[in-house]
Design a binder for this molecule. Sequence first.
Ligand code: MN
Length: 290
Amino acid sequence: METPSTQKSLHILPRVGLHWVGDGFPVHSLFGAASFTPTISPFLMLDYAGPAPFTPTTAKRGVGAHPHKGFETITIVYQGEVEHRDSVGNHGTIGPGDVQWMTAASGILHEEFHSRAFAKRGGVLEMVQLWVNLPTKDKKAPPGYQSLLKANIPVVPLENGGSAHIIAGKFEQTSGAAHTFTPINLWDLRLKASTSTLLNLPAGYTTALLVLHGSVDAGDGQTLGDATLALVESPNECLNIHAHSDTTLLALNGAPIKEPIAAQGPFVMNTDEELYQAMLEFQNGQMGQL
Ligand code: MN
């Protein structure tokens, strides 16, 4: 009997260990060994925190002032509340459904804490922080900050009762909330059990699916469960996602930036020399003050 040749469309990345960012964010770095490699460009890494319960406290939980340069950090809150303050003078608190899109570019200092109110009442924290690279020419851009509140993020109702929250890019005819430097689609999808959803994804882009909760397959016999990230390897532009249960799924899709990546800690440049310069700028206080 001949086995029909099937194209494996999803490459599920192995789960890596938990580590803490400051004392507020217990995260799994879901791109694992592919982080900071051309394989996932324009994305650099993705940390998934929680869902983790926190007891009430009057202490500040999180990570104090630290620098970034050469890329963008995108924070998506699903449960709990996170507060941000930076050297450019931006300050904001985001809760479930809200997104902070911070452009570090030429250099910024910021701090990231649980909001005071959330820390005081305690509860479950669940969030994603995605790092997206910038092309060489935009690494020199002034730092920026987009506060994308849930109410301002366009929602496309899906035929089958689900919904697509368009953080960035374009879904069917609807444009997302964020300004991006390179083409990026970032969709927060809520899918109903036993439904199928067709995603149209530009061919040649890097595509990843992160299931936060629930269970889906993309027709190749593999199932993606809770806290699982897969790279989509099929060259097809259309991906038919079948949800087995109610599912929260983050779809990432972006045009690769075909430039060298030199990454160290909070800096992502093109060369080691530029990394060294970034460290000097930070030490000399050129990334501002908090
Ligand atoms: Mn940071």
